[in-house]
Design a protein around this ligand. Structure first.
Ligand SMILES: *[C@@H]1O[C@H](CO)[C@@H](O)[C@H](O)[C@H]1NC(C)=O
Length: 291
């Protein structure tokens, strides 16, 4: 996401904030590296983080407690980590072909909760996404709430009211972005999250690690919208990226690897459906070019 969303750092603060971010990321990376070396762990992300949930456990078929019949993994249920992300995102796809904003934002809140424990490297990203979600929520529940029920309603209203930025021109104060622009920034970050989840789920053992894959996804989805310094900061962040085992363990604690990967793939597909619809709606309205 917005290692990514770092772009949205106010342009005015840009000159100071970005070098600081690069420096912080570099320090984090070096700490992570030395920790890995000192503790002798093969993977920092998988087995060296004492606070995270345990890595995916491979279940054995011989134990007397194994239930042989398949059912939906608990992580996809209403109380599960992925279930909580997927349920509101699915519900945001309303029957009229529009995207319901309050459900979309609820999905984002859950997605941020899922990504946060993946490490301090995501703190920038998740804090920025939270700020965008909060900004849009303020409109969804604000005095103009009637115009912010869905993407189409919001775009129509902001155009009528003259609230839209000119394409390609960043607003002077990013905190006062139109709802449509804030949504566009979340939308690009959703693409990155979706590609990243999909690649982590689909990866073959012994293939490129999660950092490399999410780095590729970043270059596809977000890098074209980011200045050089932000891209360098992101590149460093991906070096200290959590390993696949940690992702799967967080997504489906206690599940077998196959099960966890399948669940993650279904979550990625849900995000893709939401991304596709949002993309279509934004494109029809000529809103993909809002800085
Ligand atoms: C999203 O759109 C792409 C390209 O149009 C398509 O290939 C893909 O199947 C769509 N995915 C979903 C989940 O609708």
């Amino acid at each position: 996401m917005g290692v990514a969303l770092l772009t949205q750092v106010s342009r005015r603060c840009f000159r100071h904030a970005i070098p600081l971010a690069v420096l912080s990321l570099l320090l984090l990376y070096l700490c992570a590296r030395s920790f890995r070396v000192v503790s002798g762990c093969r993977s920092w992300a998988q087995s060296c983080n004492p606070e995270g949930p345990p890595p995916v456990q491979v279940r054995r078929q011989s134990g007397p407690l194994e239930a042989p019949k398949w059912k939906e993994p608990p992580c996809e249920g209403p109380q599960g980590v992925l279930g909580r992300v997927m349920e509101p995102f699915r519900a945001s796809l309303n029957p009229e072909g529009d995207v319901a904003l309050s459900q979309y934002l609820a999905g984002w809140r859950a997605l941020v909760r899922f990504l946060t424990p993946l490490g301090s490297i995501f703190a920038f990203a998740t804090d920025e996404a939270s700020a965008k979600v909060t900004a849009l929520e303020a409109r969804v529940h604000g005095p103009e709430a009637a115009h912010y029920s869905s993407l189409a309603a919001m775009a129509a209203w902001e155009r009528r009211a003259g609230l839209l930025e000119r394409p390609g021109v960043a607003p002077r104060d990013p905190a006062r972005s139109s709802g449509s622009r804030t949504l566009l920034l979340l939308h690009r970050a959703l693409r990155w999250s979706q590609l990243c989840l999909h690649r982590v789920a689909a990866a073959t053992p012994g293939g490129p690690d999660a950092g490399v894959q999410c780095g590729d996804a970043y270059r596809t989805a977000l890098a074209p919208h980011h200045p050089w310094l932000v891209r360098q900061a992101a590149r460093l962040a991906f070096l200290a990226f959590p390993g696949r085992g940690r992702w799967l363990g967080l997504a489906c604690p206690g599940a077998g690897e196959t099960e966890a990967r399948a669940a993650l793939a279904r979550a990625a597909a849900t995000l893709e459906a939401v991304y596709n619809r949002t993309q279509g709606l934004l494109a029809e309205r000529g809103l993909l070019g809002l800085a």
